[in-house]
Design a protein around this ligand. Structure first.
Ligand code: NAD
Length: 238
């Protein structure tokens, strides 16, 4: 495949390395200093675009790919208040779009396990559920996109909760705590705490390579398909 990389930071570089290993060609790299090169003409050389940029620019990058009718896979977090607009445009124009807050296989298994645990804990109101996430100090958004997806995955089984809140004290909301420490790649925990014990389901990322591989698998999956996809389809996880 011919790939356009939008964002050439930590993740963009990991994706580039794995893409080349898998025999793909990188035909366009766009970062802050050459953002004006994100044109329909340049994008038309690519079969798919992979975006790991910044919360402020992700929406514009996705729009540029849609303008050029190029499938786009994005892992950028912190812009999801506009995802409904993206989905609406993708539907109307038969575009190809995949967003994942976390591309790693392990995290997608962790989401599936969390849903099962939350369903199992539904009747045990003596346990208070919460989510904690820890990332490196360079991360721009909080809570992490992965923690938001985790909250959205378990909330349907927590009818006493009316949503999630960041570091909140409101008993009615599922508490999501964010910690920023050193160079931590990404740690997520779903906790159930009672007066007697604590249950914990945890995912700890060891490197960014797992995210990059997942993004590549997603790009290979959506290539030549139309519609809106998720990692559940790419990895065939229920
Ligand atoms: P980073 O800061 O290292 O890289 C972001 C890059 O985007 C920088 O090089 C920056 O110069 C560039 N950029 C700025 N303006 C741009 C523009 N207009 N067009 C293109 N690029 C532009 O960050 P990162 O660690 O590579 O993470 C990128 C995003 O991916 C973040 O939102 C992060 O939370 C997310 N992320 C997602 C996953 C996942 O699995 N979904 C995994 C890791 C990181």
């Amino acid at each position: 495949m011919n790939i356009a990389l939008l964002g050439y930071g930590r993740m963009g570089k990991e994706v580039e390395a794995i893409a080349r290993e898998r025999g793909h060609e990188i035909v366009l790299i766009v970062d802050k200093q050459n953002a004006n090169e994100l044109t329909a003409e340049n994008l038309s050389k690519a079969d798919v675009a992979i975006d790991f940029s910044l919360p402020d620019v992700a929406y514009a990058n996705i729009s540029a790919c849609f303008d050029a009718h190029i499938p786009v896979v994005t892992g950028t977090t912190g812009w999801q208040e506009r995802i409904q607009e993206v989905h609406a445009r993708a539907h109307e124009e038969e575009q190809t779009f995949l967003y994942a807050s976390n591309f790693s296989l392990g995290v997608n298994l962790f989401f599936a396990m969390s849903a099962k645990l939350a369903r199992m804990m539904e009747d045990f109101s003596m346990y208070t559920p919460s989510i904690e996430e820890t990332h490196h100090i360079h991360k721009k958004d909080a809570p992490s996109g992965t923690a938001i997806t985790l909250a959205e995955t378990v909330l349907p089984y927590m009818l006493q909760k009316n949503g999630w809140s960041l570091n909140g004290k409101d008993d009615k909301a599922l508490s999501v705590k964010s910690f920023r420490e050193g160079e931590v790649t990404g740690n997520h925990q779903l906790l159930y705490d009672s007066a007697f014990d604590t249950l914990k389901l945890e995912h700890n990322a060891k490197s960014r390579k797992g995210f990059a591989m997942g993004a590549l698998l997603a790009a290979e999956y959506v290539h030549n398909k139309k519609g809106i996809f998720t990692m559940k389809e790419v990895l065939n996880i229920e």
